[in-house]
Design a binder for this molecule. Structure first.
Ligand SMILES: [Mg+2]
Length: 191
């Protein structure tokens, strides 16, 4: 089912996300990807744009958690200027990674939005546990080969998403709910 890869929302950048609208949707926390979502791929530190946006989120009362597949060294350094909860080597798109973040944030998956630039890690992972998924366009076009290869099928999914945005939405939301039950069971079994 291609719809499980669809984001709930799609924006040009983090700055285009309507924070008030998130509140109206019952969102209380955000799980954020680093690379190509908050900063360009190889930026070691959080820049002013990322720092000030996350500051805004905090002021609005959102809980914020960084969820990254990058190394501990990378994530710890990046998080210095932001100082939020941060999980490294998350193994996204594992549902476990997202449920773990939800547990740390003390929120139900339904009250969390995931923001990321990749359908096959951030978006499918968030969808698996029925979080609100927000895709942003990658900041930097210069990506490593592995990511560039993933962009090819990603483009096919996105094209289909844009065409089917209305009629496939309900089927998708049903799948997200079912999948959360499954992922929660797996999560419990492994603890
Ligand atoms: Mg990324």
């Amino acid at each position: 089912m291609i719809e499980k890869y669809y984001p709930d929302l799609y924006f040009d950048s983090i700055r285009h996300i309507d924070i008030k609208m998130l509140k109206q949707k019952g969102i209380k926390g955000l799980i954020l990807d680093i690379d190509n979502t908050l900063v360009p791929m190889h930026s070691k530190d959080a820049d002013d744009n990322a720092v000030s946006w996350i500051e805004e989120l905090k002021i609005e009362g959102f809980k914020v958690c960084i969820l990254s597949n990058a190394s501990e060294k990378r994530v710890v350094r990046f998080n210095k200027a932001i100082a939020v909860t941060a999980i490294h080597r998350a193994y996204k798109p594992s549902g476990r990674a997202f449920l773990n973040a939800a547990g740390i944030m003390g929120l139900e998956p339904e009250n969390i939005a995931v923001v990321g630039d990749q359908l096959f890690t951030d978006i499918i992972g968030g969808n698996k546990v029925n979080m609100l998924t927000i895709l942003v366009k990658p900041i930097d076009r210069k990506e490593i080969l592995f990511v560039r290869l993933k962009r090819i099928p990603e483009k096919l999914v996105l094209n289909s998403f844009i065409k089917n945005i209305e009629d496939k939405i309900n089927k998708r939301l049903e799948w997200k709910k079912r999948s959360l039950k499954y992922e929660k069971n797996r999560f419990k079994q492994k603890q």
